[in-house]
Design a protein around this ligand. Structure first.
Ligand SMILES: [Zn+2]
Length: 501
């Protein structure tokens, strides 16, 4: 353990960026679990020779050096850190008017609380699909949140118009530190039933956006329920299709051949239907959302059958949703993935997707001290600091990291979740009580220290066998302003839901 890590250990109050977990069942890169093994890491990366071989190096360089974690994992399971490839970490109400009401301080507090809950649930990386800025992210200590990639803001028709063209809007978010350009390619829940798949941007605009993003090393994520917007995203060389509810087998095959990833968001539409039923959203949305609920699982099976990688995404944007990615795992299984496939969607596929953005291996924490301004404050060795989770990595480093991203293989980023239940068991992964430790960039965290006192904000859904878990769960975070939304001016409030989900 080098001096930097020791300093980090002190800064983290005894937590370290090196360690070993002994005797746990460790997930393989294909989603299986073999006999109990030892998993060791140092400097934020899993070590060569592990997990199959016990550490045999010199004590001074080994995981049991002074201050390193040495954890007895007997009877436990280890999976790679969960990745939520589609979240709105700074959103705490369904529509923009309500989000405004929360104010800056309220939004900051809710964002920090939501990210802490997210990390406590075992989600070690997220990709923000719009809303979270670099400055807002920098305000959250890296020890209390997942690694985060940003898209800064969603680019819809209005954003493009306001900027004087989609090209300018793209350049603006890239200039603001976005690792992802988020294009809103079709309408969302507020369009009429049976309609709303018209592409919002032209094929030429999408191509140009992809080119600009590529020049900056950024990826492109396209919100597309279906139709020509999916075709255009594939043809333009976008990186991922978000939602993809009406994905066809032909599109899935072409997307797979072109190297895209599908990020379905199954559970959010159940939650939207519940909000409609509770009178919190217009009843007029219901027919279209019902179509989405019915069709979305098909897209998952179509993608799986076509060999199109599926990455887990929640679209979370309210306090009770943040940290709910394990419930989306249950929804993927309910849609037809087997548990091993769903585990890969929740880990490796999402990590591989995030690795495709600039320096995307994240947490700059591979270099003790990091390269970002926040490094000194946050201890450095384990975390990338507050400012940039994608601090530049060299091409070789990036390539190695991409090939092992989201696995427990030697060289992979030391992100993992230690569970007391077999994650393939229904409801186990979404049982917060089953999360024993979360390993984030080599730092072993106790999830209870990330959660508000006494409360269990993460009870699993009422019945593990419920194929469509959708109960909003109790939360210690500020309540949404949904009760007030009815009194907010209608225009913006009504328009916003069309632009998401
Ligand atoms: Zn979204």
């Amino acid at each position: 353990m080098d001096q930097g890590s020791t300093a980090a250990a002190r800064a983290h109050g005894g937590l370290t960026a090196a360690g070993v977990i002994r005797g746990a069942r460790v997930m393989s890169p294909t989603g299986d679990f073999a006999a109990p093994a030892t998993l060791a890491w140092s400097a934020g990366r899993f070590l060569e020779g592990q997990p199959a071989v016990e550490w045999t190096g010199p004590e001074a360089a080994g995981p049991r050096a002074a201050g390193a974690a040495d954890f007895d994992g007997t009877g436990l399971w280890v999976i790679p850190g969960i990745v939520d490839a589609h979240v709105h970490a700074s959103w705490h109400a369904f529509d923009a008017a309500d989000r405004e009401l929360l104010g800056d301080a309220g939004t900051r507090a809710a964002t920090a609380a939501g990210l802490a809950r997210t990390l406590a649930a075992g989600i070690t990386s997220v990709r923000d699909a719009g809303g979270l800025t670099s400055a807002a992210l920098a305000a959250v200590p890296a020890t209390r949140r997942p690694a985060v990639q940003l898209s800064v803001r969603m680019l819809d028709h209005a954003a493009a118009e306001a900027a004087g063209g989609l090209d300018r809007a793209v350049d603006t978010v890239l200039g603001a530190g976005a690792q992802w350009v988020k294009l809103v390619g079709t309408a969302g829940v507020a369009a009429p039933a049976g309609a709303g798949l018209d592409p919002i941007f032209t094929a030429a605009e999408v191509r140009d956006a992809v080119r600009r993003a590529g020049d900056a090393g950024a990826g492109v994520m396209v919100h597309a329920w279906g139709g020509a917007a999916i075709d255009d995203a594939i043809d333009a060389g976008a990186t991922s299709i978000e939602h993809g509810i009406f994905l066809t087998p032909d599109q899935a095959a072409r997307a797979a051949a072109a190297g895209l990833t599908l990020v379905p968001t199954l559970r959010i539409y159940h939650l939207v239907r519940r909000m409609i039923a509770a009178g919190k959203l217009p009843a007029a949305f219901d027919a279209r959302v019902a179509e989405a609920v019915a069709a979305h699982p098909n897209a998952v099976r179509i993608a799986r059958d076509a060999g199109l990688p599926i990455a887990l995404g929640t679209d979370s944007g309210t306090p009770d949703q943040h940290g709910s990615a394990p419930l989306e795992f249950d929804a993927l299984v309910a849609a037809g993935l087997d548990p091993a496939e769903a585990l890969l969607a929740a880990t490796r596929n999402g990590a591989a997707l995030l690795a495709r953005a600039a320096g995307g291996t994240e947490p700059g924490g591979t270099e003790p001290g990091g390269t970002e301004p926040g490094g000194a404050e946050t201890g450095g060795a384990g975390f990338g600091g507050a400012g940039s989770d994608t601090a530049a990595a060299g091409p070789a480093e990036a390539s190695r990291a991409a090939s092992t991203a989201g696995t427990l293989a030697p060289g992979a980023l030391a992100d993992a979740v230690l569970l007391r239940r077999d994650p393939r068991e229904p409801g186990a992964l979404s049982d917060q009580g089953a999360v024993v430790r979360v390993l984030r960039a080599g730092v072993l965290l106790d999830p209870r220290e990330l959660l508000p006192d006494a409360a269990d904000p993460h009870p699993s859904d009422p019945s593990p066998s419920d194929p469509h878990p959708s109960d909003p769960r109790p939360s210690a975070a500020p309540p949404t302003d949904s009760a007030r939304r009815d009194s907010t001016p209608g225009g913006q409030a009504r328009r916003d839901p069309a632009q998401r989900t």
